[in-house]
Design a protein around this ligand. Sequence first.
Ligand code: A2P
Length: 280
Amino acid sequence: LTSSFMLNNGLSIPCVGYGTFQTPNDETCAAVLEAIKVGYRHIDTAAFYGNEEGVGEAVRKSGVPREQLFITSKVWNSDRGYEKTKAAFAKTMKNLQMEYLDLLLIHWPANRKQFGDAAKGINAETWRAMEELYQEGKIKAIGLSNFLPHHIDELMETAQIKPMVNQIEFHPGWAQTDIVEYCLKNDIVVEAWSPLGRKDALENETLKSIAAKYGKSVAQLCIRWVLQHGVLPLPKSVTPSRILENTKVFDFTIDAADMQAIDALKNIGGQCALPDEVDF
Ligand code: A2P
């Protein structure tokens, strides 16, 4: 793949990334091996996905030197807080069987609705543990997932290190432009989970006709649209032909009128969960 983004600590992060949400552990090794074979160098997993072992196995079997791969995992909600985050990281590394991790994210912010006034302190403590792991060199970059601007502002009141990444749901019909603007202004790379809107976009007539114009699939159009918003897409597929298809997004440009037409789409793929509302 031909593109990469630069994190605010100078680390390069390959693009497009390969998502593994909902890929069962016993299918993960084969899928990730396929992705690495066709050129992906950035694999996104999470403790919650239950497939870190499969990712680690694929990395070892791929024959690609570890330092040429960029591996992300995430701290799950039940592991928030200083001690638990440290333990969760140890478990992640045991699952992955790796010496270091490229990027660790807080999967979801602790929110006020669920935790009241304690939310801020919980996020601060999770972050403090991650800062230490970063400073010890065990993780090359640290960041957030599903954080809204007000969660980041709050975190920055106590943070020593600015997050390098915020991974959010981002796809046609759910362009969270306020979060993207905030992050880009603050030099935080935005990553898109569910860039295809969990498949709903693929049936959309507007997207179909725009994609046809460029001789591309709707999936490729969605991924390209994400890129042109300055966001790093993490498409997920377990199907070899689609894994390859989702990388062919650097040989066309969506023109301004079509970008606007896609931006104007509403209610595609809905949104999975609102960071201020979730109680899982
Ligand atoms: P599969 O994994 O069976 O190939 P999202 O990343 O938005 O959550 O979407 C993931 C879903 O989209 C998966 O169900 C995946 O199916 C499907 N998908 C991924 N890439 C493509 C593609 N190029 N064309 C059609 N469907 C795709």
